[in-house]
Design a protein around this ligand. Sequence first.
Ligand code: SF4
Ligand code: SF4
Ligand code: SF4
Length: 193
Amino acid sequence: MSGAPASALAADIDARLPQTQCTRCGYAGCAPYAAAIAAGEAEIDRCPPGGAATIAALAQLLGRAPLPLNPACGTEGPPRIAVIDEARCIGCAKCLAPCPVDAIVGAPKHLHAVLEARCTGCELCLPPCPVDCIEMRPAPPAQRNDPELNRARHAAHRIRAARYAEERAREIAAKKALAGRAGGGVMSGGASR
Ligand code: SF4
Ligand code: SF4
Ligand code: SF4
């Protein structure tokens, strides 16, 4: 193995991963898996989207022999994309937040659609859909996975998600404060009678 510091090594490993963030490796995304490999806690055989090519690239980087893909993580296959059946979509928006590259568009109570060219086929939008109206289909022949674009889109997604969480927390705190003041008003009103 290289003598590079763990964080630099993790970045080198991460640079060789497909960045779909699908979690099939058993980690919360490509970067956590890269960190686990760098720390010696995970093997290089756990990324189905990358398949044999990614394993070969990792083996070369780390000076190890390639391994077969670990079947417990899934199988390698042709790229697929998610497609929403608009006739069945109820516009609940539950598929929006899980998409790591913001490939789904739509507003609450309106139809949602997948931006085909953005979709990495990670399948993370499938489980949250309450009416099972998302299905995976073969990606258009010209569509290629672009790890750098995926990485940039995922970074933007995380920033947006963090901002949204902060705004929600502020809203909830403001509502609680308002409810507390209203409750206090009733009590003090009651005590003055
Ligand atoms: S693309 Fe590979 S490394 Fe990234 S989350 Fe999916 S399985 Fe893990
Ligand atoms: S639309 Fe679904 S399958 Fe496509 S990238 Fe987003 S979460 Fe993954
Ligand atoms: S989770 Fe399913 S029903 Fe809800 S908006 Fe997404 S596709 Fe439509």
